[in-house]
Design a protein around this ligand. Structure first.
Ligand code: GLY
Ligand code: MN
Ligand code: MN
Length: 438
């Protein structure tokens, strides 16, 4: 098997350097049973994958920083001819050190006992307690086991520390190899959005557009969607996380597609909204122009040293101004902001971090203060307006839901919109939608 790229080892080395003396432990994501002997699709835990680049279930990584002789140790499934015939090839213990670039490898069954050995006299254990109770129990048992060895003059760790304050901060600032993967996820997602726009027309079911997205994700080498694709037509566009995708698309509908591919464990997250028939109605166009203006202003505002609160405010002010112009809200921008009246129609934030997880890790605050953007962060910019049926506004706007979402990399001198290739201008959308003869 091919040797893993060296950046995985570099990430472990960075953790070792910053964690202080101790042992860090990262388990694989658990396997979830779907029904009887069928499992849910497996996806490795993002932290483990970040440090190891290994996607088999039933494994764990230990990083031991003690004594100036830092070591990485992996526990994994041993080779097993019969099981491999059923479930596919395994890396196995013997090849793990050379392929994964770790110092030692052992069968996963030996983890409980060996973990206790590693924990002897470790000043601290870095481990994310509370995510996986079955694995937590193994960790706590190992600690108890070390306590039982006290006559051998050994002690268990004094502290169990969540590694998030180090590892998630590392993950938040993307390295060049990560940006490369995010670019690819963005490109694949852009193609899928465009192809879905091309075949969109009244008379299709939402799930047929979902299938078109999935087809292009997989055809272009993405492992899976980064999250369940949302295809909301007509009133469903006003439901933020519409999941069923089972409605028949009607002629006057807007279609909101929120979908992104996951490529080598990195997500894209794109939303586009367009008319099913290829022509915006007047009220749809009026609202669309407001959301697009807000989105463009927020992208422009998203540069280093500003906060996500600033970016959110930039978008929100324009949405409010637009709603005043359309007669949906009355009063001044500042009054409406202070009273929060806009939240009836814009009820979510403008941005989140994006990376291996669609809502990616990393702290949003430093102390109680919102943190500043830094080069290497990737954020979404996704303002929207949602006027549900029966909403408190002119009936001509009811049933309109619009969100526009791009993925933006913060750079040293501004930003780069990774998903700029996905059309969002009205003329572009009107030209593309329904242009396929299929
Ligand atoms: N697709 C989920 C989100 O936009 O946050
Ligand atoms: Mn998003
Ligand atoms: Mn989204």
């Amino acid at each position: 098997m091919k040797q893993k790229e060296s950046f995985y080892a570099a990430r472990r080395a960075r953790l070792i350097e910053e964690m202080g003396e101790g042992v860090a432990l990262f388990p694989a994501a658990p396997v979830f049973i779907r029904n009887r002997d069928v499992e849910h699709d497996y996806r490795q835990d993002s932290d483990l994958y970040y440090l190891l680049g290994f996607d088999e279930p039933d494994c764990a990584l230990i990083v031991d920083s003690r004594g100036g002789e830092a070591k990485s140790i992996v526990f994994l499934r041993p080779k097993d001819k019969l099981r491999e015939t059923w479930d596919g090839l395994r890396l196995g213990v013997e090849d793990a050190p050379s392929v994964l670039g770790v110092d030692e490898a052992y069968p996963i069954d030996e983890l409980p006992e060996r973990l206790a050995d590693y924990l002897e006299d470790a000043p601290q254990l870095l481990y994310a307690l509370g995510k996986d109770s079955e694995f937590d129990a193994k960790v706590l048992n190992a600690i108890e086991e070390v306590r039982g060895r006290s006559r051998r003059k050994v002690s268990p760790p004094r502290a169990i520390v969540d590694p998030a304050h180090l590892l998630h901060e590392h993950r938040l600032i993307k390295g060049p190899e990560e940006v490369e993967r995010m670019r690819r996820a963005a490109e694949i997602s852009t193609v899928a959005h465009i192809e879905a726009m091309k075949i969109a027309r009244p008379g299709l079911y939402e799930y047929q557009l979902e299938a078109e997205l999935a087809r292009h994700f997989r055809t272009l080498g993405a492992e899976r969607p980064a999250y369940p694709s949302i295809v909301g037509s007509g009133p469903n566009a006003t439901i933020l996380h519409h999941r069923k995708n089972d409605r028949l698309i009607d002629a006057g509908d807007l279609i909101l597609i929120d979908a992104g591919a996951e490529y080598d464990y990195y997500a894209a997250d794109i939303t586009r909204t367009f008319p099913a028939s290829g022509r915006f109605s007047d009220p749809q166009r009026e609202v669309y122009e407001v959301v697009l203006r807000a989105q463009e202003a927020a992208i422009e505002a998203a540069v280093k040293d500003v906060t996500l609160d600033d970016v959110h405010l930039a978008a929100t002010r324009i949405l409010i101004e637009g709603m005043i112009e359309l007669g949906i809200l009355k009063g001044s921008v500042d009054e409406i902001l202070a009273e929060g009246r806009h939240t009836a129609f814009y009820m979510h934030r403008t941005s989140h971090y994006l990376g291996m997880d669609v809502h990616d890790v990393g702290a949003y605050h430093q102390g109680k203060k919102p943190r500043k953007l830094e080069p290497g962060m990737v954020i979404t910019i996704e303002p929207g307006l949602y006027f549900a049926e029966g909403a408190d506004c002119d009936p001509r706007y009811q049933g309109i839901g619009i969100r526009i979402e791009d993925d933006v990399l913060i750079t040293a001198d501004g930003n780069e919109n990774l998903t700029a290739g996905t059309p969002k201008r009205i003329e572009e959308l009107e030209e593309i939608v329904g242009s396929s003869s299929r």
